[in-house]
Write a protein of this length. Sequence first.
Length: 120
Amino acid sequence: MNKKTLVIGASLKPNRYSNFVVQKLVSNTIDTVAFGLKEGVVAGVTINTELVPYDDIHTVTLYLNPKNQEAYYDYIVSLKPMRVIFNPGTENPEFYKILKENQIHFEVACSLVLLSTNQY
């Protein structure tokens, strides 16, 4: 099963972890879409600056600090992903509660590590 992934907080800057993860997802042949503040392309993936109502997202991986996540709670829940990954620095107990209430699994993990160790 392809775990189509939405990267929220995607960056065009090549030294950012969100940029690395887009590249790693693509190299692992995982369908990848991205949302960020600046439009552009990373590893063939267009970074959208508008929220797209996808209907087939398996995983949302977050690269936003907890305060910046608040604006996206409803959007992420509306996507009905199978899981949300909270990468280092994005831990958010308030959002965990909302995800639990909506029966959405979440993990506090590093997407890059999960991909590198075949645990994604």
